[in-house]
Design a protein around this ligand. Structure first.
Ligand SMILES: Cc1cc2nc3c(=O)[nH]c(=O)nc-3n(C[C@H](O)[C@H](O)[C@H](O)COP(=O)(O)OP(=O)(O)OC[C@H]3O[C@@H](n4cnc5c(N)ncnc54)[C@H](O)[C@@H]3O)c2cc1C
Length: 552
């Protein structure tokens, strides 16, 4: 285990050096040997190691040290690394203290100084301790850690963000021992959570998504001022456009406000996407698409929201929410749609604390053995129900209509009918939710009889359709009454081109009312709301981008 450390502390520099030398000679190829000359500096080193997510296998402390003696040090060190093996170095005269320490700090061994020759007196002891340590289950590789509260919307948001961006992390509750140990090592408390500890040991208290993105290695600022193609939105349509654009030699920038994958990234299993007969999870599909775009050198920004488009011939400026901007010759709008919120008293305050939009798959293991409620009758709700049925005791699907046939694909209805712990409640809607720090009860109404009932539950997953969030476009591009972007022939009213249209041609098929700005995927008026069509439109938009660039 390359990262694990053996730490030795002795206030006598010559003894400290010679212990470290003996340890390095035998263990230096497998362990990092660290030495300190006081208990407090040794503790600082331990905290740093803890934050970096590395391990300490053995601690060797001299008994007689000024300020903090060896037993006091080992006692404090146990709070940081409870599973590290503990050895006290003593003189013969201090044998009694060493024996007492066996009870105080659960000492594994005491070594009488001097221990020469080490082959006889030091190494056999250390070999046995290291072997014992290696069989403990605490040995983990460096990883991002999130420390937070179980029912905290902010903690959920951080975990959700990391999960959607496919950053592996370990979740630790602040009120459990290891979580508390990490907070203490970072000099932080429960009031600071959520705290994210990065793989290089930095502790970020209540980080913004942009902080988080930057610290886990995602790009957040553009490398250049000017691109051939800027794609706004990193769902299937945007990723499709980025892959085709970059692979065909266009300097391509993709800007995503949250996490690549978009809605598709949240799907537990996409069964109808061509080429995946056994289905594919949204996370897998996103991961592959993202790697493919990167392979062709598409530049990808995460946690950057585009809030304005402005024509400055011959380019279009994309304005970000922090007032910076980047220019591109062509733009593909692929901003998709966002979940519609369920409007019932009490639910808004409980969002992220029992009320979740979309599948929130990271919560599935926490629903183990519980009653959960899903609102919605479309495919996304059906997929969610099938997925959660593997964890929950019972999944209740609430729909306003009489049955699922009008809104859900037959293959999903068949699956649901074959799963014993899914129950469909027709003509039912949620009219309220309550709970102190998290959802505890839902109020349901039977739409036919008007009867109202309260059910105990901590879990509500809402899938009630979506709408485009295109208000930021204002009048810059023409939109229909529901906010979807109009393109191609839809822009021609009685054969007339849109107001202000300069080119001496009609708009291309996916082109918006601003020349050189295209729309692809769910955000486009009249689009089919499917992964395959979004990817296809992304690809098609790029071929129209070429036509636009050639014809200028
Ligand atoms: C749970 C679920 C399951 C589904 N299952 C299936 C299925 O099995 N089969 C199927 O064919 N379809 C399925 N769909 C539908 C499919 O996922 C969508 O049709 C598809 O994702 C649309 O892709 P898109 O790229 O157009 O938009 P989206 O996927 O919505 O992506 C848009 C992206 O743009 C980003 N964005 C928005 N505004 C901005 C801005 N101003 N600046 C920067 N970025 C921005 C968003 O954060 C988002 O990531 C499912 C949808 C859901 C929610």
């Amino acid at each position: 285990m390359q990262n694990a450390a053996i730490l030795t502390v002795d206030d006598d520099p010559s003894v400290s050096r010679s212990v470290a030398r003996d340890l390095r000679r035998r263990y230096g190829d497998r362990y990092r040997v660290i030495r300190a000359e006081s208990g407090s500096t040794a503790l600082d080193a331990l905290r740093e190691i803890k934050l970096r997510g590395e391990q300490v296998a053995v601690l060797l402390a001299d008994y007689r040290m000024p300020g903090m003696n060896g037993i006091e040090f080992l006692e404090a060190a146990m709070d940081v690394f409870p599973l590290a093996r503990r050895v006290l170095l003593t003189a013969y005269a201090d044998t009694d203290a060493a024996i007492n320490a066996i009870n105080i700090v659960d000492l594994d061994h005491y070594l009488l100084k001097p221990w020469n020759p080490p082959e006889e007196k030091l190494y056999p002891v250390l070999d046995a301790l290291l072997e014992a340590w290696l069989t403990t289950p605490a040995v983990t590789m460096p990883e991002t850690k999130v420390v937070g509260h179980r029912w905290s919307a902010r903690s959920f948001a951080v975990r959700d963000f990391l999960a959607r961006n496919l950053v592996p992390y370990r979740w630790l509750r602040a009120d459990e021992a290891e979580g508390a140990r990490l907070l203490a090592a970072a000099g932080l408390g429960e009031a600071d959570v959520p705290v994210v500890i990065t793989t290089d040991g930095k502790a970020l208290a209540r980080p913004t998504e942009t902080d988080l993105a930057a610290h886990v290695g995602m790009a957040t600022t553009p490398a250049s001022d000017l691109y051939d193609l800027a794609v706004i939105g990193g769902g299937p349509a945007g990723l499709g456009a980025a892959v085709y654009g970059a692979s065909e030699g266009l300097r391509t920038l993709l800007v995503e406000q949250r996490a690549t994958g978009g809605q598709a990234g949240q799907s537990s299993r996409i069964e109808n996407y061509l080429g995946f007969p056994d289905g594919v999870s949204g996370a897998q599909l996103t991961d592959r698409a993202r790697r493919q775009a990167q392979k062709f050198n598409a530049e990808m920004l995460t946690t950057r929201e585009v809030v304005g488009l402005e024509r400055q011939d011959p380019v279009t400026l994309l304005r970000f929410s922090d007032d910076t901007a980047v220019a591109a010759h062509t733009v593909v709008l692929a901003t998709g749609v966002s979940y519609r919120l369920l409007d019932a008293p009490g639910l808004a305050d409980l969002t992220g604390r029992g009320v979740f939009y979309g599948s929130a798959a990271i919560e599935a293991p926490n629903c183990s053995g519980e009653e959960i409620y899903i609102v919605g009758g479309a495919n996304s709700a059906g997929q969610g129900a099938v997925y959660f049925s593997r964890f929950a005791r019972r999944v209740h699907i609430l729909i306003r209509g009489d049955d699922l046939t009008r809104s859900m694909s037959r293959y999903l209805i068949d699956q649901i009918e074959g799963i014993a712990n899914i129950e469909v409640h027709p003509n039912t809607e949620v009219v309220g939710g309550e709970g102190r720090d998290h959802l505890e009860r839902l109020t349901l109404c039977d739409r036919r009889s008007g009867r109202v009932a309260t059910v105990p539950t901590s879990w509500l997953f809402v899938f009630i359709g979506a709408e485009p969030r295109t208000d930021w476009l204002g009048d810059v591009v023409a939109r229909d009454g529901n906010g979807y972007v109009l393109t191609g022939s839809d822009l021609l009213a009685d054969g007339l081109r849109p107001a202000g249209w300069a080119p001496s041609r009609d708009p291309y098929h996916l082109e918006s009312s601003m020349p050189g700005v295209f729309a692809a995927g769910d955000v486009r008026a009249g689009s089919v709301k499917r992964v395959a069509s979004a990817v296809g439109e992304g690809a098609m938009a790029v071929s129209l981008v070429h036509r636009y660039l050639e014809g200028r």
